[in-house]
Design a binder for this molecule. Structure first.
Ligand code: DQA
Length: 140
């Protein structure tokens, strides 16, 4: 099974960035744990701070892979293009947010991604990625 993990802007700073909200762990460290936990899953990981690159990656993995775990970060709340890309591809997407976006500023309550995704997970920390992967495995 092939699963793509895609992270949006500023998530390259996990472990350093607003650690009270996002925790102390760099994503690469978490990804290694995830790979060990799911040895039968072939993961790809892509992070970008650039909206169009995230659209390109969704299109690249969106027809062959079994699942996409997507945290579009701030673009969640602004990007019609990422929402349209999810609608355009065949691979199902699960939207993940580390923090509880509904318990923060009002602008974080709008998502251009939720309505195009099979489901959304928010507020469960990095574990959200694990739960999303588990869903893709269990659904088969
Ligand atoms: C985030 C929530 C977004 O509102 C924010 O812009 C992020 C991270 C999260 O994982 O909690 O950068 O997607």
């Amino acid at each position: 099974m092939r699963i793509a993990i895609i992270n949006g802007p500023n998530l390259n700073l996990l472990g350093k960035r607003e650690t009270d909200i996002y925790g102390n762990k760099p994503f690469e460290v978490y990804l290694d744990e995830l790979k060990k936990q799911f040895p039968d899953v072939a993961f790809t990981y892509f992070q970008s701070n650039i909206e169009g690159e995230l659209v390109d990656e969704l299109q690249r993995v969106g027809f062959e892979f079994d699942g996409i775990v997507l945290n579009p970060a701030a673009y969640t709340h602004t990007s019609v293009a990422i929402g349209d890309a999810i609608a355009a591809i065949k691979t199902p997407v699960i939207e993940v947010h580390i923090s509880n976006v509904h318990a923060r500023e009002d602008f974080r309550k709008l998502s251009h991604v939720s309505g195009k995704s099979v489901g959304s997970i928010f507020g469960l920390g990095m574990k959200g990625y694990e739960f999303a992967v588990r869903w893709f495995i269990d659904k088969n």
